[in-house]
Design a protein around this ligand. Structure first.
Ligand SMILES: [Zn+2]
Ligand SMILES: [Zn+2]
Length: 164
């Protein structure tokens, strides 16, 4: 068995707690796994949720540290900030982190959850050109138009009309 062998069939712990000693003994590790979405139920605010998660990890052992490169991909169900419809969207994120050899456990779950949580700071849209809801009757303007004239609503809109 070569010291630098890479084990693609390594049994990835579902909770992503890797033993530092194992990684050092293997001289590095490349692995990937599909994870249960249960681990990520509380990462997003409801009604948004993560429905599929897959991780790809690459551990490199240096003299004092272990470098971890990771890719997270999957699917999320999120509410559009304009029309409030739910839509399924694929996502893909990457991270890079170093750990000391002295740490007993490399907690990749923490890293994955943090990375996913940060993506929620972005306002989700069902599509870039989402027309949103009519502020008067609530019609989803992506599906149909309504007879309302929102320009009569705000004084700003009236002003804009004057200078046409
Ligand atoms: Zn929308
Ligand atoms: Zn309307």
């Amino acid at each position: 068995m070569s010291h630098l062998s890479v084990y693609h069939d390594y049994d990835v712990p579902q909770d992503l707690q890797f033993k530092t000693a194992d990684i050092i003994r293997l001289g590095g590790l490349d692995c990937s796994s599909k994870l249960s979405p249960n681990y990520f139920e509380d990462v997003f605010e409801r009604p948004n949720k993560i429905t599929q998660v897959r991780v790809e990890l690459s551990f490199s052992v240096a003299s004092k540290e272990i470098l971890v490169r990771g890719k997270i991909s999957g699917e999320r169900e999120v509410q559009c900030a304009r029309c409030l419809d739910m839509s399924r969207q694929p996502f893909a994120e990457e991270f890079l982190e170093t750990y000391s050899h002295k740490q007993e456990i490399i907690d990749i779950m923490y890293l994955v959850r943090q990375t996913l949580a940060l993506t929620e700071d972005i306002r989700f849209l069902c599509k870039e050109q989402c027309k949103g809801l009519c502020p008067i009757c609530g019609q989803n303007l992506n599906e149909a138009t309504c007879g309302c004239k929102p320009e009569n609503l705000s004084p700003f809109a009236k002003l804009k009309g004057k200078f046409k």
